[in-house]
Design a protein around this ligand. Structure first.
Ligand SMILES: Nc1ncnc2c1ncn2[C@@H]1O[C@H](COP(=O)(O)OP(=O)(O)OP(=O)(O)O)[C@@H](O)[C@H]1O
Ligand SMILES: [Mg+2]
Length: 162
């Protein structure tokens, strides 16, 4: 199993409550504006939590015009931009070998942004994500979103989305 070691800088966890799909989208835009090549993000939360919506925001925030769909059946979508984005959906992942086969590890090469919906389906420690976003449903149109990220990035996002 390949492992990617990154320097363990100071990390912070922030919590943001969103009251509508649009607020979650706008949080995604802020994330997209704040990240650069080499960032790997895991988006976690149940079915319909808002992971794909957040990806739409991130891609928009990175200045990419692309139609972002849930890549559930094909497992990966690529959006071309100044910094390319590889959008994985690991929901249907059955064996760890599949992750290798769909190019997940190749995509984490420092030149792209890699976003994995259901990143928590990977075995513990297989990938060290720079940013881990956990979304929980607090109501029909409200979500609690926690973001664990390098302190600098977390600081940029904290407060700004409200
Ligand atoms: N505050 C909110 N934030 C995000 N989504 C919300 C919110 N309130 C309602 N929603 C709705 O929840 C749904 C989120 O769908 P989305 O496809 O983004 O979820 P997902 O986590 O990617 O699901 P899946 O696990 O099936 O891929 C959308 O229909 C959206 O309108
Ligand atoms: Mg999705």
């Amino acid at each position: 199993m390949k492992r990617f070691e990154k320097p363990a800088g100071r990390r912070e966890t922030i919590t943001i409550d969103t009251a509508s799909p649009d607020e979650t989208f706008r949080l995604g835009v802020m994330i997209g504006r704040s990240i650069g090549a080499g960032t790997a993000l895991s988006l976690e939360g149940g079915l319909g939590a808002g992971k794909t919506l957040l990806v739409k925001g991130i891609v928009e925030g990175m200045g990419i015009k692309a139609e972002v769909l849930s890549p559930t059946f094909i497992l990966v979508e690529e959006y071309r931009g100044e910094v390319p984005v590889f959008h994985f959906d690991l929901y249907r992942l059955e064996q760890f070998e599949e992750v290798e086969r769909i190019g997940f590890f190749d995509a984490i090469d420092g030149r792209n942004v890699v976003i994995a919906e259901w990143g928590d389906r990977l075995p513990e420690g297989a990938v060290r994500f720079d940013v881990v976003v956990r979304i929980s449903m607090t109501g029909e149109s409200s979500r609690r979103i926690t973001i664990e990220a390098p302190a600098g990035l977390a600081g940029k996002l904290d407060g700004g989305a409200r």
